[in-house]
Structures are given as structure tokens and as C-alpha cells.
Write a protein that binds this ligand. Structure first.
Ligand SMILES: [Zn+2]
Length: 123
């Protein structure tokens, strides 16, 4: 079961998302590739990607990883991988929906500056 709002996954038997107070759905609707996604993190360092993903996962921010073909072996976010045919300079771009971009940028700022990520808050 998934929350259509924050897209968090819940186990069977739970009917509403405690965070958003909306009814859970069995399957998330497919994501429109033209949806309002904004890049919040760009890196040429592939080893940073799993860290970025875990930070966004902890914050329950849905994200899309866009990168070169060589990166397609990496684990991807809930939305799956968008493989760019034209990516040259940067190894990967992380995109989130517009409404969460500010939050994501805030969380990822220490990573972009080469520091360790903030501890995710419980709950
Ligand atoms: Zn929710």
C-alpha cells in the first residue's frame, strides 16, 4: 500500500497515511515524465548517489535519478531510472518534484559541499 501524496510505502492492513491523512492506494499512479521535476543535485561522483538516495528516502522525498547508461546498474529510486542519452559532463542528476525541491536541496547541501549528510530525524 502506498500513500499517493508522499508516496511512502506501508504494509498491508494500513489504510491511511498517518502523515498525510489520505487513503492509501494499492499502486502508485505512473509518474508523468513531463511532471514538474527540478534538478536538486548534480554529481560526477557515482559513489555519492547511494548517499543522496538514502537521504531522500529518509525524508520520504520521491526522486528520479538521471544519468548515463553506465549508471543504469545502480539501484534507483521509486520512480525508476531515467537514462539520459545526452549526458556527457555530469554522471548523474537527481530530480525531485517542484514542491519538495527546497527541502531536498536543504538536505543535500552538505553533500554538495563535500560534508557528511545530516542525521535523518526519527518519525
Ligand atoms: Zn503520506
Amino acid at each position: 500500500m502506498y500513500c499517493p501524496d508522499c508516496r511512502a510505502e506501508y504494509r498491508e492492513g494500513i489504510e491511511t497515511c498517518p502523515d498525510c491523512e489520505v487513503r492509501l492506494v494499492v499502486e502508485l499512479p505512473p509518474v508523468d515524465p513531463d511532471a514538474d521535476l527540478v534538478p536538486v543535485f548534480e554529481t560526477a561522483d557515482v559513489s555519492l548517489l547511494p548517499v543522496v538516495e538514502s537521504v531522500l528516502d529518509s525524508a520520504r522525498i520521491p526522486y528520479l535519478v538521471q544519468g548515463e547508461e553506465a549508471l543504469s546498474v545502480l539501484p534507483v529510486g521509486r520512480w525508476g531510472a531515467g537514462i539520459s542519452q545526452s549526458g556527457r559532463g555530469l554522471a548523474a542528476t537527481i530530480r525531485v518534484e517542484k514542491g519538495r525541491a527546497e527541502e531536498a536541496e536543504e538536505l543535500l547541501r552538505p553533500l554538495a559541499e563535500g560534508e557528511s549528510p545530516p542525521e535523518p530525524e526519527e518519525g
